[in-house]
Design a protein around this ligand. Structure first.
Ligand code: HSE
Length: 297
């Protein structure tokens, strides 16, 4: 038995919803093939040039499959072939895609025995390996599709939201920002006045998403807690954000823990203009960058 999957990139946080909001996008995506093996071994093979570890205990797809084996006391194994297009370390949910793809593929091969929440539970072990923290804001949209709210990650409680008809522009500049470092620099305590502003933004964003109220989405895409600290790690962040808003973006910010930046737009033309703007700003700095114009998946 064999399954083939397309596993989408994801944008976590959606600016104000640190660790709780995320969305799946059409491009880029990974392709994964899984096969069940009669012996209990787990074999990981990468068909790309990213040089990711293939030893199961050190590979995000491998660790989640080890957890499934352990839970089921399974005497069978899996072979996983990963064609990775979502660049590791981009902030576009590369580790989440490998983990989510592995659990979704294994679940199909095992006869759909797990709920989506259980799949999120298993896949979070991959995020723990990748970043040191079991966050579900990339995993959940990867498994459920569209935009999701992680109401709680322990126990797993995922609320799938509406998917507004919006375009997503994302740019990945080739600078290194490790999720673990980007979490380390965050403040452990926040001011109540900042929390209140952030609650307003998150509630406004969720209401805007549910009501297809694009103006409300736009004015809720603000982050007074995480972005001011993390944006320092991303060259030209403020300029890209300001200029994107000037040419018609609804709003946007850091994708996950960065370094990618994303912007939402109502029109495809605006999304493409933003892609050009992003690319030209990084070209001018001689920083290599990859841009994607996509839709919410
Ligand atoms: N919510 C996580 C973070 C996403 O911002 O650290 C990491 O991809």
């Amino acid at each position: 038995k064999k399954v083939k999957l397309k596993v989408p990139a994801t944008v976590a946080n959606l600016v104000c919803g640190f660790d709780i909001l995320g969305m799946a996008i059409h491009e880029p995506y990974d392709e994964m093939e899984l096969k069940i093996l009669e012996s209990p071994e787990i074999i990981i093979k990468h068909k790309d040039h990213f040089d990711l570890p293939e030893e199961p205990s050190k590979n995000v797809a491998g660790v989640v499959l080890l957890k499934i084996q352990e839970r089921l006391n399974l005497k069978k194994g899996f072979e996983v072939i990963i064609h990775k297009n979502i660049k590791p370390g981009s902030g576009l949910g590369s580790s989440a895609a490998s983990a989510a793809g592995a659990v979704m593929g294994a679940n199909i091969l095992l006869g759909n025995i797990f709920t989506k929440e259980e799949l999120v539970h298993f896949a979070m072990f991959g995020e723990e390996l990748a970043s040191g923290v079991k966050h579900a804001d990339n995993i959940a949209p990867c498994i459920f599709g569209g935009i999701t709210l992680v109401k709680s990650s322990n126990p797993v409680d995922i609320v799938p939201l509406n998917s507004p008809d919006l375009f997503v522009t994302a740019v990945h500049p080739q600078v290194e920002v490790k999720t673990s470092d980007a979490r380390q620099i965050l403040k452990k305590n926040i001011l109540l006045k900042d929390a209140i502003e952030q609650w307003g933004n998150i509630a406004g964003l969720v209401a805007g998403i549910q009501k297809n109220d694009f103006a409300l989405i736009g004015r809720s895409l603000n982050d007074v807690i995480v972005e001011p600290i993390r944006s320092i790690l991303i060259p030209k962040f403020d300029e890209i954000k300001e200029k994107s808003l000037n040419i018609g973006a609804l709003g946007g910010g850091i994708s996950g823990s960065g370094p990618s930046i994303f912007m939402l737009s109502e029109k495809e033309e605006t999304a493409k203009n933003i892609a050009q703007l992003m690319k030209s700003i990084y070209d001018e700095m001689e920083i290599e960058s990859f841009v994607y114009v996509s839709k919410i998946n």
